[in-house]
Design a protein around this ligand. Structure first.
Ligand code: C2E
Ligand code: CA
Ligand code: CA
Length: 576
């Protein structure tokens, strides 16, 4: 017998705790085992008791799981499994498709559901196939999005998540932690004089040294460029920290086989002494690092309060922001988006600006969080919506159907009257709802599902578009997003920057476009600032682009002129 002829097997582990459920499954299993998924044949194992299932799942040899039990029981199981970090695709059988039942199950970690009435071998196989494929893509995407492939270390994104968790634990146990921002002093010089390859070699060597010197419980990650981030436990009087820091510096210096040497500089912020907030700790560590570098490098410094200037400014902002609309200090800009097939302007993102007499031009990245924490966001967000809807109607009247994308932050979305206001504005100004798209970050979709369900349903009825902003930086929970009325994905700018040089970024962007299309979503790339990026994105079938290269955020008048001139993507960019 030729062994290679026997098909590979896929193991479906099913939990069915009632006779009726087992009968349903038995009826379906025979048909399923006759089908194949990507060349592999299914093999079904049915368990009757939850305890047995928990043990079998823990063994980890199932390719997919299927639960046909009481909904509350399934929800508990799902939570338990996902909390343990088990990623196996899970399909749940429900009495019907009632969202009250289904959504909590999806939120708890089920990949898909099948109502009992639809349980046929063919549909079961197709659903399993979709779940296993999406899951494989998701795991790959998740790894790519969280690691630096050069050194194999976690990247800044993953580090920030681990940091949150580690600080929580430290707080509970009353421990001190040191957050370190570390840079290799000669990195830029080496990259310039000896080339990228030597520079990368140095990064890899340094990463190995760091890993070798640190304890297993310490965290280490590679952030952007030559920056490494570390999180170390330390004593309150910092004596051990000073020792560790010196040891690290010595070891790195010895790592350099290059003539320029490889001394490093470290900026350190201590939790909870300098701050309890992870973002602020990062800022503080970097501020301290800059001091070291300004003083010549090859040293470390612990952050000290005198560097602090930010929080005072924030307090002043909190007072000034609520009156900004009345004082006419707010303004919106429109950044055009081009369709990669027609090469024409398909829409624009609406971006808020604050010109304050006291602070100058403040970036929305700085004042939106302030508006959120003071509650001013509802009124400000409402004002932006109105500007956008008015402008959209104006362009429509001049013969341009532009899809306008408005950013909606979590706080604004949650404020009680959001959908009422939106409905009223659309009616008042007579804007067809499909010309408006709301950009929400992944977190808004993934948190508080049941509470948001009605709101999403209302928005869907209104007919406005929904886009996931900054896609790839958060959860990448695609199987889950499928159950919301989402229309578009916006790939985060940080992935676009590396195109087409960075293999990681190319792989991520390709995967996002493929998945987006598999789910029937429009995919938009933002932050496009080089012709090669346009070429790459066109090649892989991305739908729309936005970025400084093809159009900066501009006034309504400027965009009007651009539209009137019939602007298309520059033919040079098409050729390059
Ligand atoms: P976002 O939603 O990711 O918006 C895109 C940001 O990327 C904008 O920054 C835009 O100017 C910038 N950008 C566009 N193309 C390029 C490029 O080629 N290179 C680079 N480096 N940047 C590019 P902006 O206007 O400063 O807005 C920052 C963030 O503030 C936005 O990020 C959004 O989260 C928030 N924001 C802006 N307006 C509003 C608003 O009306 N409401 C809410 N809730 N948030 C807003
Ligand atoms: Ca946006
Ligand atoms: Ca974005």
């Amino acid at each position: 017998m030729n062994l290679s002829d026997s098909p590979t097997r896929l193991h479906l582990l099913a939990l069915a705790d009632t006779p009726a459920a087992r009968q349903r499954l038995a009826a379906c299993s025979a048909g399923l085992t006759a089908l194949t998924t990507d060349g592999a044949a299914w093999q079904v194992e049915v368990l009757e008791r939850t305890e047995d299932a928990v043990v079998a799942i823990g063994d980890g040899h199932a390719d997919a799981l299927l639960f046909d039990c009481d909904a509350a029981e399934m929800e508990d199981m799902l939570r338990l499994i996902r909390e343990r970090g088990i990623l196996t695709p899970i399909l749940v059988i429900t009495a019907d498709g009632d969202p009250e039942t289904v959504e909590p199950l999806l939120a708890a970690g089920a990949d898909e559901y099948l109502p009992t009435a639809e349980l046929t071998p063919l549909l079961l196989e197709r659903t399993l196939r979709l779940c296993t494929r999406t899951q494989a893509l998701e795991s790959r995407l998740e790894y790519l999005a969280q690691h630096d492939l050069l050194t194999g270390l976690p990247n800044a994104r993953l580090f920030e998540r681990q940091l949150d968790l580690a600080l929580h634990t430290a707080e509970r146990h009353g421990r001190c932690m040191a957050l370190v921002s570390l840079q290799l002093d000669a990195f830029q010089n080496i990259a310039r004089n000896s080339g990228q390859e030597s520079a990368e070699q140095l990064l890899k060597q340094s990463a190995q040294r760091l890993k070798a010197l640190l304890r297993r419980s310490d965290l280490v990650a590679r952030s952007q460029g030559e920056e490494f981030l570390l999180l170390l436990e330390c004593s309150a009087d910092l004596t051990d920290l000073a020792l560790t820091a010196s040891r690290l510096l010595e070891s790195l210096a010895a790592a350099g086989s290059l003539s320029e040497g490889s001394s490093a500089s470290m900026g350190i912020a201590v939790f909870p002494r300098s701050s309890q907030d992870p973002r602020q700790l990062l800022e503080q560590a970097r501020a301290a690092l800059h001091q070291v570098r300004d003083a010549g490098g090859n040293d470390f410094r612990v952050y000290d309060e005198s560097l602090e200037v930010i929080s005072h400014r924030r307090v002043l902002m909190e007072h000034a922001l609520p009156g900004a609309i009345a004082r006419r200090e707010l303004d919106v800009r429109y950044q055009p988006r081009f369709d990669l097939r027609s090469r024409r302007i398909a829409g624009a993102e609406v971006l808020l600006r604050w010109n304050s007499p006291d602070f100058g031009a403040v970036s929305p990245d700085q004042f939106i969080p302030v508006a959120e924490s003071t509650g001013a966001i509802s009124r400000i967000g409402g004002w932006v919506l109105e500007q956008a809807i008015r402008a959209g109607r104006h362009w429509m009247d001049t013969g341009h159907d532009l899809r306008l994308a408005v950013n909606v932050s979590a706080g604004q979305f949650r404020s009680g009257d959001f959908s009422d206001l939106l409905g009223r504005l659309l009616t008042t100004h007579g804007l067809p709802p499909h010309l408006l798209e709301l950009e929400l970050t992944e977190g808004v979709f993934v948190s508080n599902v049941v509470a948001h369900r009605d709101l999403f349903a209302t928005l869907n009825e209104l007919g406005v578009g929904l886009a996931v902003d900054d896609f790839g930086t958060g959860y990448s929970a695609l199987a889950y997003l499928r159950h919301f009325p989402v229309h578009a994905l916006k790939i985060d700018r940080t992935f676009i920057t590396g195109l087409p040089e960075s293999e990681d970024d190319c792989a991520i962007v390709r995967a996002i476009v493929a998945m987006g299309h598999a789910l029937d979503l429009r995919v938009v790339a933002e932050g496009v600032d080089a012709p090669e990026q346009i070429r790459f994105l066109t090649e892989i079938g991305c739908d729309e682009i936005q970025g400084f290269l093809v159009g900066k955020p501009m006034t309504a008048e400027e965009l009007g002129e651009l539209l009137a001139s019939g602007s298309t993507l520059d033919p040079d960019e098409r050729r390059s």
